[in-house]
Design a protein around this ligand. Structure first.
Ligand code: FAD
Ligand code: AMP
Length: 478
């Protein structure tokens, strides 16, 4: 007799483990299946995000930024340190310890919430049955009222630069370098390429980012993207746009990359090459031929606005379905699906999912960019406030960038908040909270913001929308 569950979740990334915890909290008998084996050869929960994504990349970004500050900026504060050195293995080991603590924490949370964990590979069969191929080689079939597929994504490979996880690495390999490469190539100027490129550039690598598109950060507001390109360029990232990689050759301990750009064929040699050209959904051996679940034309599991697949009672969430490949999007989809299974009328506001690039300064936004709103024919008022005019930013010696608030010219409703600057991710979240409640720029302007804070830049940008900024000359007069 197979074990029966109200909900079986395949995958314990930020989509799957959150869905499982939420389902259990709602009184549903829940199982979660995870196959990933971490560095210690044991099942590690938390998916890409905790093991080889969000968290380890931020750990290295924070370490490398501290090194950079000590090296470059302490003297401005009158602090002298003598020689500052980086011990890369210690930095990487600190990252590994954080990952270990967090993945262990997820296991404890599943247990505390009464979720049954199965260690192995899950596969959806017909009739909402799920086969688990366990680590010991045995298999078990679970019967489920509902199944949530949360198998995530993995890096895209490109034939011109095959990953060997030694000289040519993907994002996972780039989190484990044991020393600083002298010459580092990065293919792809997306979020992951820029973040990982920044880590190693701060530690002294000469970094070249090779990007096929002519436009830098096309999803960001153009004003922000322009500023970002300028600032990151000054930091030493050599960003080559309109450059498509066509081949690579490893010789000894170096790799020569061929690419074409506006000037024709180019070649550059690196000690390490990171391939960061995007991620693709993981559906290998996930669905039996007669499971009834359909994929879309790009290989993602096809779902409706509520994450329901083509089979009633089977849902899919996170990176394996359409939409932004972000941990918070995966988790909130998990919550929505668990609640809908429990009979609630939950839904996700896909219009207000914040995006963040954790470079320094950070780049973050929520809602629409000025160029998108204009292309849609929406008349807007725009307010900006530079961190160069923020007392708090000056005190922190961190004045690059600005806050930009975009509001509907007719209703004053805020339609986008875009920030490049210190703590951009946290500031944008304030905009997201306001926008979820339908805030106008005037509403934000009427609120009291603590002084001196970086948040005041959001206040002033909101005031500037209608020509009311106090601490900067207004573009628009009242
Ligand atoms: P995943 O996290 O990929 O988890 C899926 C899990 O399912 C995996 O553990 C996998 O082993 C398991 N699995 C797959 N198939 C099966 C099967 N058949 N049986 C059993 N188990 C299975 N996002 C952010 O929001 N912020 C960031 O700062 C950020 N930084 C990132 C940095 C890097 C370097 C990378 C690579 C990604 C980053 N992301 C970030 C993206 C984020 O990691 C993903 O969006 C997120 O992990 C998606 O969650 P998920 O649960 O859908 O899938
Ligand atoms: P993202 O999908 O945001 O992670 O970004 C990946 C980036 O890699 C995109 O901007 C792509 O244009 C870029 N890219 C993909 N293939 C190539 C290639 N062969 N050469 C250079 N850049 C590429």
């Amino acid at each position: 007799m197979s074990q029966k569950f109200d909900v079986v979740v395949i995958g314990a990334g930020p989509g799957g483990y959150v869905a499982a915890i939420k389902a259990a909290q709602l009184g549903l008998k829940t199982a979660c299946i995870e196959k990933y084996q971490g560095k210690e050869g044991k099942t590690a929960l938390g998916g890409t995000c905790l093991n080889v994504g969000c968290i380890p990349s931020k750990a290295l970004l924070d370490s490398s930024y501290k090194f950079h500050e000590a090296h470059e900026s302490f003297k401005v504060h009158g602090i002298s340190t003598g020689d500052v050195a980086i011990d890369v293995p210690t930095m990487v080991a600190r990252k590994d310890q954080i990952v270990k603590n967090l993945t262990g924490g997820v296991a404890a949370l599943l247990k505390a919430n009464g979720v049954t964990l199965f260690e192995g590979h899950g596969k959806l069969l017909a009739g909402k049955q799920v086969e688990v191929a366990k680590l010991d080689g045995s298999t078990e079939v679970l019967a489920a009222e509902n199944v949530i597929l949360a198998s995530g994504s993995k890096p895209v490979d490109i034939p011109p630069a095959p990953v060997d996880q030694d000289i040519i690495v993907d994002s996972t390999g780039a989190l484990d370098f044991q020393d600083v490469p002298k010459r580092l190539g990065v293919i792809g100027a997306g979020v992951i390429g820029l973040e990982l490129g920044s880590v190693w550039a701060r530690l002294g690598a000469e970094v070249t980012v090779i990007e096929a598109l002519d436009k830098f950060l096309p999803a960001a507001d153009e004003q922000v993207a322009k500023e970002a390109q300028k600032i990151l360029g000054k930091q030493g990232l050599n960003i080559r746009l309109g450059a498509r990689v066509t081949g690579s050759k490893i010789e000894g301990r170096e790799v020569t990359v061929n690419f074409t750009d506006a000037n024709g064929e180019q070649q550059q040699t690196f000690d390490k090459l990171i391939v960061a050209v995007g991620r693709r959904p993981v559906t290998t051996d996930l669905l039996a031929a007669d499971s009834g679940v359909n994929l879309d034309e790009r290989g993602f599991i096809f779902v409706d606005d509520y994450c329901a697949t083509s089979v009633p009672g089977v849902y899919a969430i996170g990176d394996v379905v359409r939409g932004a490949m972000l941990a918070h999007k995966a988790s909130e989809e998990g919550v929505v699906v668990a609640e809908r299974i429990a009979g609630h009328k939950a839904q996700l506001n896909y219009d207000l999912i914040p995006s963040v690039i954790y470079t320094h300064p950070e780049i973050a936004w929520v809602g629409k960019s000025e160029q998108v709103l204009k292309s849609e024919g929406v008349e807007v008022n725009v307010g900006t406030f530079p961190f160069a005019a923020s007392g708090r930013a000056m005190a922190a010696n961190d004045t690059a960038g600005f806050v930009k608030v975009i509001a509907d010219a007719k209703t004053d409703r805020v339609l986008g908040v875009h920030v490049i600057g210190p703590s951009a991710a946290e500031l944008v979240q304030q905009g997201a909270i306001g926008m979820e409640f339908g805030t106008s720029a005037e509403d934000l302007g009427l609120m009291v913001f603590s002084h001196p804070t970086l948040s005041e830049a959001l206040h002033e940008a909101a005031l500037a929308v209608n020509g009311h900024a106090i601490h900067v000359a207004n573009r628009k007069k009242r």
